[in-house]
Ligand binder design. Structure first.
Ligand SMILES: [Fe+2]
Ligand SMILES: [Fe+2]
Length: 137
């Protein structure tokens, strides 16, 4: 069994419990992509895309609800990531499984800095204005 591409640690937690739960799940799904056998990789990427659409959509909904000032920038980064994942998905569907693993490694580098900057600032702002996110749909 290969090493996870990203290990969850409390250093990745930003102290906003709904977001931290989603982020823990993100790390799990990402590791499934990184560790998938060729035959299971496409399904792992599809699960990862489904999670990520919900995860990003949830944050975007909160940002809209509170009219979070830097939301355009945060949303753009989400879109750029999802776009990349969708492109890789088509390449994996054509048999390029190595690219699926490379994607997982690249996202393992990207995620901590996103969580600890854009997501952390959003979480802090939500706490400051006492915004309680609605339960996940
Ligand atoms: Fe996030
Ligand atoms: Fe985010």
């Amino acid at each position: 069994m290969s090493e996870p591409v990203l290990a969850w640690s409390d250093q990745l937690a930003i102290g906003q419990s709904v977001m931290d739960d989603t982020h823990r799940e993100f790390v799990e799904q990402l590791n499934r992509v990184g560790e998938a056998e060729d035959s299971a990789m496409l399904a792992a990427i599809d699960d990862f895309i489904a999670h990520t659409e919900t995860h990003f959509g949830q944050e975007e909904q909160w940002m809209d609800a509170i009219e979070f000032p830097p939301r355009g920038c945060h949303r753009d980064e989400h879109e750029r990531i999802l776009e990349t994942v969708r492109v890789v998905r088509t390449r994996v569907a054509a048999g390029d499984f190595r690219l699926g693993r490379t994607l997982a490694e690249a996202l393992a580098e990207w995620f901590p800095q996103h969580a600890l900057s854009m997501d952390a600032v959003l979480g802090l702002y939500m706490t400051q204005i006492d915004y309680k996110p609605p339960p996940a749909a």
